[in-house]
Design a protein around this ligand. Structure first.
Ligand code: GDP
Ligand code: MG
Length: 173
């Protein structure tokens, strides 16, 4: 069957503390490799048509590069967002704490807290401690938010992160 439906537009904004690997995750996903030499601070917004769960999606990805300390600028990038990827570093516990202290409250303040979101524990290549991972899992499960561990460095689970958030968004819309 030929479908002439326009692809569904989905805008995903990637948020989280500085240095947790947001730009690296986006570059690894869009270029299929980790930026070994250096990670630019600016990731140009990226848009591509992908197929998830048999649905054509025009996926647009927004970084929050260099805006970690500019709440007002971040709020602008949240406009028309359909979903959020909240990133922390598994070797920086404060970046995990800040999800509950800073990032989720900010989404609430922006009126976006009911949109689909997932929590990403990046740099899992650096942590080999299943107890710590269990703490992340349990907290996210308690809050009813999907948790995925990944490594931009090893390109581990990076594609899954974006397919998963798109899949959740398609289901919840
Ligand atoms: P952002 O500030 O959240 O955008 O973080 P960046 O993408 O600029 O990454 C911050 C630093 O962490 C850089 O030096 C990256 O090379 C490094 N980094 C990013 N992802 C990973 C990862 O998965 N594993 C490791 N070991 N380092 C990473
Ligand atoms: Mg960045």
């Amino acid at each position: 069957m030929i479908s002439n439906q326009e692809p569904q537009q989905i805008k995903v904004v990637v948020i989280g503390d500085s240095s947790v690997g947001k730009t690296s995750i986006l570059l690894t996903y869009t270029q299929d490799r980790f930026p070994i030499d250096y990670v630019p601070t600016v990731f140009e917004n990226y848009s591509n048509v992908i197929s998830v769960d048999n649905t054509q999606v025009q996926l647009t990805l927004w970084d929050t590069a260099g805006q970690e300390s500019y709440e007002r600028l971040r709020m602008i990038s949240y406009q028309a967002a359909n979903a959020f990827v909240i990133v922390f570093s598994v070797i920086d516990l404060q970046s995990f704490e800040n999800i509950w202290i800073k990032w989720l409250p900010e989404l609430q303040k922006a009126g976006k807290d009911r949109l689909p979101k997932i929590i990403i524990g990046n740099k899992c290549d650096k942590l080999n401690d299943s107890l710590k991972f269990q703490v992340f899992w349990e907290k996210c499960e308690l809050e009813n938010i999907r948790f995925i561990e990944c490594s931009a460095f090893q390109n581990k689970n990076i594609k899954n992160v974006f397919e998963e958030i798109v899949s959740i968004t398609i289901r919840e819309q």
